[in-house]
Design a protein around this ligand. Structure first.
Ligand code: NAP
Length: 336
């Protein structure tokens, strides 16, 4: 039996993504399971992988992008006793998830409770775990504090808003005007970053307790200036650099690290979901399980702009790079 994957033939623009038909299903190694995928995200980070500028990833095309997956266990390796055929599971794959079938180590899988919508469930794996860990594990937000979220209408931004609302945070969010209504619906106060200086706006309110910034370059300094005494800057990405607009990633990273050492009454952290998962694999499982529970209880509802098909990956990447997505895009796979 064959199956479909979307691979990148080389590093480059969306056109390097191609649907390929594989003749036979992949076979799980002894410690792996084979997953029949139900949903995967198309996200900004996938576009960095596609361009060959995703920091730390050493992999040469051809391969499939795809940072996360939710699917059903289809076959288990001979040494696997923790998962059964038919069970729904999730994983943070980093690459390879744009595929109808994928093999993953059993040790990295998280069970998905019955009855969840696969598109909503997969939205939690990258964007919501990122938002949850930055709020709870890094910035350690307390009920009623004030935060600033950049890119508040995007995938991680909307996740931060939904989870911040559960903590009764006062939330400012930068975004272009097309996303302002959504930000208000999620409990945020929108700021049009092209027309208004966000530092002036939040300092008029006494500054914020934390800023979540994945824009990078000149933003990191301005975000730092937006903090009140005792506040925390959580830097977690280089959006502008990815769009060809920013400066040097290693230099910006060092700058953020340095500010944390200086006696300035404020803290800075650089968050990476992959690095934290390596250091604290238990936290990833625990936090994703907590998010599945919030979803099952109706406490969160991920904003899904479009449900597309695997073969729409080129269009999905174009939309992401045009910042035309409110919330996230999910690629639905093996729909029956
Ligand atoms: N460190 C980690 O572990 C981790 C995990 C997940 C994601 N990330 C990173 O986080 C970033 C966001 O990811 P995402 O999936 O949420 O992307 P996304 O869905 O594409 O959202 C990014 C948003 O930023 C907005 N934006 C662009 N320029 C801006 C500016 N100058 N000021 C304010 N907003 C601006 C865009 O829309 P408008 O301009 O229309 O408002 C867009 O909605 C990416 O850099 C990604 O690589 C890091």
């Amino acid at each position: 039996m064959g199956y479909q994957r979307v691979i990148m033939t080389e590093f480059g623009g969306p056109e390097v993504l191609q649907v390929v038909e594989e003749a036979t299903l992949p076979e799980p190694a002894a410690d792996e399971v084979r997953i029949r995928a139900l949903a995967t995200s198309a996200c900004f980070t996938d576009t960095l992988v596609r361009k060959g500028i995703y920091f730390g990833l050493k992999k040469e095309p051809p391969f499939a992008p795809g940072y996360d997956v939710v699917g059903v266990v289809d076959k288990v390796g001979t040494a696997v006793s923790t998962f059964k055929v038919g069970q729904t599971v999730a994983d943070l794959t980093v690459t390879d998830a744009y595929a109808e079938y994928i093999c993953r180590p059993a040790a990295s899988l998280v069970p998905v409770p019955d009855g969840l919508d696969p598109a909503e469930a997969v939205s939690l794996v990258l964007s919501y775990v990122t938002a949850y860990q930055m709020l709870h594990r890094v910035a350690k937000m307390q009920r009623g504090q004030t935060i600033l979220i950049h890119g508040a209408g995007g995938a991680v931004g909307t996740a931060l808003l939904e989870l911040g609302r559960l903590l009764d945070l006062k939330m400012y969010g930068t975004a272009s005007p097309s996303k302002h209504e959504l930000i208000k619906q999620l409990g945020g106060i929108p700021i049009d970053y092209r027309r208004e200086d966000f530092v002036v706006r939040v300092q008029a309110d006494g500054g914020v307790d934390a800023v979540f910034d994945a824009i990078g370059d000149a933003y990191f300094k301005r975000s730092f200036d937006s903090l009140k005494k005792g506040g925390t800057l959580v830097a977690y990405g280089f959006y502008d650099n990815g769009m060809g607009k920013g400066g040097s990633v290693p230099l910006e990273y060092m700058k953020v690290k340095l500010w944390n050492l200086l006696p300035n009454g404020r803290a800075t952290h650089f968050y990476s979901i992959g690095d934290l998962r390596k250091k604290q694999p238990g936290w990833f499982r625990e936090d994703l399980a907590a998010l599945f529970d919030l979803l099952a209880r109706g406490k969160i509802k991920p904003v899904i702009a479009r449900r597309m098909k695997l073969e729409d990956a080129v269009e999905a990447h174009k939309m992401i790079e045009e910042a035309a997505v409110k919330g996230r895009i999910v690629l639905m796979v093996n729909e029956t």
